[in-house]
Design a protein around this ligand. Structure first.
Ligand code: F6P
Length: 361
């Protein structure tokens, strides 16, 4: 395996030292947090910048985190693997704001504002037109651009079709045509526009007969700023019912009939890659085709390593129990299966390039 990406990498360092302070400030601005919550947020930032990783003796999920530990408790944050440290940061952030007592999603106000935005109606006007497989797949892919966390530092990027650095979409379509109707599982990424587009893709798979049933896997708790929870799926589905094209109502009916299922699993908030997924999740992801959405799921899928970008995607995911497709805007350093010569500096992290990668055992 290539070296793991740690917080010593300049990009990871930037996420912790530039993005996280902005995020904490936004949370303080958006919520009537008291002194205890504000101090806990400041302490969290300070510890992650200069301290050692600790696990509270009375943490309710202590056993879970000891199980997910890979020897990082008691070591400096600055040396920790990026994937592990970022996940633990979000766990501690939820603790700092009292989420585990109140159940109030700290990222809820931003998610709600995005769904309420009037521009969403005009942006989804295309739903009134007849849609083909390529259009809905690309909508789901480029929906990943709309991630609220990424916007904290990058602003709005404008990935375009010609910035696809890997495009296996024809192979995915051919596979589904040959084998469908299949169970299709989405390992979701962000709520809001991305999830609305994912739902449109899911509806197309069902109505075209390529999928017999759809399962949506969400995060069990709010994570990585805008990652979708079960609550967000309900909110986005309701919003989709107001948009043209009828996908929202069809999916609502599919849920009632058991053809659309919404699931979650604690492992979706673990700091580990999918190589370590437990047997029950592995069994769920082994049926039919699994769609892994977004950058974080990509890092967890191939492993958060300094891969040579020419490494074949199929090699890195050969451990998976079944066929998989990754739909991702590039927002972090991890890339496999892509030609990288002659690209401009920063192409891996700028949010201007995208990939569709497919592998089946
Ligand atoms: O919402 P996405 O596409 O998973 O992107 C989130 C990404 O943002 C980061 O937090 C910083 O780029 C990555 O760690 C993570 O992979």
């Amino acid at each position: 395996m290539p070296p793991v990406i740690t917080l010593e990498s300049s990009f990871a360092h930037q996420v912790f030292h530039e993005r996280h302070p902005v995020l904490v400030q936004r949370l303080k601005d958006a919520h009537p947090y008291g002194p205890a919550q504000r101090t806990a947020l400041d302490t969290l930032l300070e510890q992650t910048h200069t301290g050692v990783i600790t696990l509270a003796d009375d943490a309710f999920d202590r056993a879970q985190w000891l199980d997910w530990d890979r020897g990082h408790f008691g070591t400096p944050w600055a040396k920790a693997p990026f994937l592990w440290a970022e996940s633990y940061f979000y766990r501690l952030l939820l603790g700092a704001v009292g989420y585990f007592e109140t159940g109030v999603d700290p990222f809820g106000p931003a998610k709600t504002a995005e769904l309420r935005s009037p521009s969403l109606d005009s942006d989804y006007g295309w739903l009134a037109e007849p849609l083909d497989f390529d259009a809905v797949l690309l909508a789901s892919l480029y929906g990943n651009r709309a991630d609220l966390g990424f916007q904290l530092i990058a602003g709005n990027s404008t990935a375009a079709h010609d910035q696809l650095v890997a495009d296996d979409s024809a192979a995915v379509h051919a596979f589904l045509r040959r084998n469908g109707p299949l169970p299709v599982t989405f390992v979701l990424d962000n709520a809001g526009r991305e999830l609305v587009s994912d739902l449109v893709f899911a509806d197309h798979l069902l109505t075209s007969g390529l999928a017999g049933e759809i399962t949506l896997h969400t995060k069990p708790v709010p994570y990585y700023v805008s990652d979708a929870t079960i609550t967000d799926v309900g909110d986005c589905l309701r919003r989709l019912r107001d948009l043209p094209g009828g996908a929202g109502n069809r999916l609502h009916e599919a849920a009632a009939e058991g053809r659309l299922r919404i699931r979650t699993h604690p492992f979706h908030c673990s700091p580990l890659s999918f190589h370590d997924m437990p047997a029950d999740l592995r069994a769920e992801l082994g049926a039919g085709l699994t769609v892994f959405k977004g950058d974080l799921n990509y890092r967890r899928l191939v492993g958060d390593f300094h891969w040579d970008a020419a490494t074949p995607f199929g090699e890195t995911v050969s451990y998976l129990p079944g066929p998989a497709v990754a739909l991702r805007i590039l927002k972090s350093e991890v890339v496999v299966g892509a030609e990288h010569h002659g690209r401009e500096p920063g192409w891996r992290t700028a949010g201007t390039h995208a990939m569709v990668q497919f592998a089946h055992p």
